[in-house]
Design a protein around this ligand. Structure first.
Ligand code: UDP
Length: 248
């Protein structure tokens, strides 16, 4: 048994609350266990001048100081910069940037992911929630005639997997909470598309690396977890998402 009673292939309780921030074009509160992230998608008034044929999606990531113990510093550090670049790459993999151009020209969106409590898996929650915020913003832009085609190629979602000590053995498991993450022998974040492609795998073997069969087992776990995440994202996006809380 894991510390919280979960099976090895079980996600923490997962929920999406679309429309969490009224001022944003698209927003969601994503929760996986105690890890909670507010994601908003906003349109930039002026797209970057270097865009030639297509729009742009970028991401920012931050943690509230009180989201962790001891308190985190407010200023973005190297970890935050690395994470926000991962989120941006992941979201762009979901989007056909050439369709992010409307009658008035290219559209640039920033997805902000702000962690309000961090208990492991904040970057993966940010990607899964960021995708929902982005898709909701894109729905609004299409409704308003700013975009004429749907730029979403496929939904993107992410989940952590790892190999952690459990009852004297080293065991692959899905969706690590901080107590597991902090003891992990292998720590891996997997970003996937709903139609089946892998977007990015970040895997670290702390002691002596890990072998290909372990990677394969971890990817199986990630794939089964991602299927639930995609189902949650679809449900959250139905009917514009307003006022619905999707949880599993
Ligand atoms: N963490 C922390 N303080 C920090 C950074 C991270 O307590 O300054 C904790 C937090 O619970 C986070 C976990 O360590 O979720 C794992 O951090 P990691 O950098 O692996 O990223 P994450 O798993 O959140 O994507």
């Amino acid at each position: 048994m894991r510390h919280d009673g979960r099976a090895l292939d079980q996600l923490r309780p997962f929920s999406l609350e679309p429309g969490f921030i009224g001022s944003a074009l698209g927003s969601v509160l994503v929760a996986t266990g105690r890890t909670r992230v507010i994601c908003t998608a906003s349109r930039e008034a002026k797209p970057p001048g270097w865009l030639t044929h297509g729009g742009w999606v970028t991401a920012e990531y931050a943690m509230l100081p009180g989201a962790v113990r001891p308190r985190a510093r407010r200023e973005p550090d190297g970890r935050a910069k690395e994470i926000q670049r991962l989120i941006g790459r992941s979201l762009r993999a979901a989007i056909d940037l050439e369709k992010l151009v409307g009658p008035q020209g290219p559209v640039a969106l920033t997805v902000d992911c702000d962690v309000i409590e961090a208990d492991g898996g904040t970057r993966t929650a940010a990607i899964t929630g960021g995708m929902v915020a982005l898709a909701l913003a894109l729905q609004t832009l299409q409704r308003d005639g700013v975009l004429t085609a749907d730029p979403v190629r496929a939904l993107v979602a992410a989940v952590s997997v790892g190999v952690c000590p459990l009852d004297g053995a080293e065991v692959p498991m899905l969706d690590l909470a901080y107590t597991e993450d902090s003891q992990a022998i292998v720590d891996c974040n997997v970003v996937m598309l709903e139609r089946g492609g892998l977007v990015e795998i970040q895997g670290t073997g702390e002691r002596g690396g890990f072998d290909r069969s372990t990677l394969s087992r971890m990817l199986d776990l990630a794939e089964s977890g991602a299927a639930s995440l995609f189902a949650g994202q679809r449900a959250a996006l139905e009917g514009g998402g307003a006022g619905r809380i999707v949880s599993s």
